[in-house]
Design a protein around this ligand. Structure first.
Ligand SMILES: [Zn+2]
Length: 138
């Protein structure tokens, strides 16, 4: 409905992002930031920890985490088979996420972690609250 990209442009964008990234979630966040007039961000800035977005001037790193892979407990996404395997994998991701967050904070950065499910329209208020530090309110 309120999509800033045409279908063609979107599929083109989807092809260019790295396979490990959260394509649709990153694009949803980009759309939101454009809609809100948020500027000054860079995508996939090459720094250890690989945030999805950085605001270099504000020293803010944004990570958009997929609910399944990063172990959000918002819904039951654990497959019935091999649930131990998935639990271990997600636990590892969670620990890694935490380490990355701490590494950035230790250097004086603000870290914002956004869950995939928070990009849904019904969670806009929550998203806005989380992104408060990146709004251009001056
Ligand atoms: Zn979630």
């Amino acid at each position: 409905m309120n999509d800033i990209y045409s279908k063609e442009k979107r599929s083109e964008l989807m092809k260019t992002v790295r396979p490990s990234g959260n394509k649709s979630t990153e694009i949803a966040l980009i759309a939101y930031m454009k809609e809100q007039g948020i500027t000054g961000w860079q995508r996939h800035y090459n720094v250890k920890g690989h945030p999805d977005f950085v605001f270099l001037d504000k020293r803010i790193a944004i990570f958009v985490d997929g609910c399944f892979w990063h172990g959000h407990d918002c819904r039951n996404t654990t497959p019935k088979d091999n649930s131990d395997y998935w639990d271990k994998k997600r636990e590892k991701n969670r620990i890694h996420d935490q380490e990355v967050t701490e590494r950035f904070q230790a250097r004086g950065w603000t870290v914002i972690r956004i869950w995939e499910c928070e990009l849904k329209k019904k969670n806009r208020a929550l998203l806005e609250m989380k992104l408060r530090p990146v709004f251009n309110n001056d």
